[in-house]
Design a protein around this ligand. Structure first.
Ligand SMILES: [Cu+2]
Length: 214
């Protein structure tokens, strides 16, 4: 049973950050692709220069050392750093829980389970937490024993759950469904089975669930 999400963890599937199901996860996937293609372009550039140097083309022989220093030290890295750092800053900023929180759910990590507490005080069972689809939800992370990490790859970023400290992360699911989460910080022998599930339901259904719990 516990092996199922691991088998599915490819470029698509239950634990794939490249198969986003919400706006925050989409930002992260976009950043991943920007970095991937940026690295691919740089790799091709370096291979091209290497090939030209190997072939000792007359064009390359004409270049003086200062051309290499200016080209390789300034012209090449500055646009790369501007694009990568700029993209990371803009997209990363949008992941932070700005403004008033809509819905805050407590997520408590303890070797080797997750427990979720809704605003009305209801505690979830079976490492399954429900959220309203199409709405941002803040998870307030805490930990009992050691550092764990809370990660639902298809819904958003990853954040540590640290004993004695509260960390908040905002997630959002575009549509109803089940989204797998996994502890992403090695925490002992049960770490690999420290899964949980986020079930996004229609907002009306979620409101009804919260009403029942009161
Ligand atoms: Cu762990």
């Amino acid at each position: 049973m516990s092996a199922t999400p691991i088998v599915l963890a490819g470029c698509s599937g239950e634990l794939s950050a490249l198969d986003p199901a919400g706006p925050r996860a989409e930002n992260l996937a976009l950043l991943w692709w920007v970095m991937f293609w940026g690295a691919a372009v740089l790799f091709l550039l370096v291979i091209t220069l290497f090939t030209l140097a190997y072939l000792r083309t007359s064009w390359l022989a004409k270049l003086e050392p200062k051309h290499w220093i200016v080209g390789g030290g300034l012209i090449l890295p500055i646009p790369v750093l501007v694009v990568l750092t700029g993209t990371a800053l803009v997209l990363g900023e949008q992941l932070l829980p700005h403004g008033n929180s809509v819905l805050r759910i407590g997520a408590h990590a303890e070797r080797w389970t997750w427990q979720f507490t809704y605003p009305n005080g209801t505690v979830s069972e079976g490492a399954l937490v429900q959220i309203p689809a199409g709405e941002p939800v803040d998870f307030v992370l805490s930990a009992e024993d050691v550092i764990h990490a809370f990660w639902v790859p298809r819904l958003g970023g990853k954040i540590d759950a640290v004993p004695g400290h509260l960390n908040t992360i905002r997630l959002e699911a575009d549509r109803p469904g089940i989204y797998w989460g996994q502890c992403a910080e090695y925490c002992g022998e049960g770490h690999d089975t420290m899964f949980f599930r986020v079930e996004a339901v229609e907002p009306t259904a979620f409101a009804a669930l919260m009403g029942e719990g009161q």
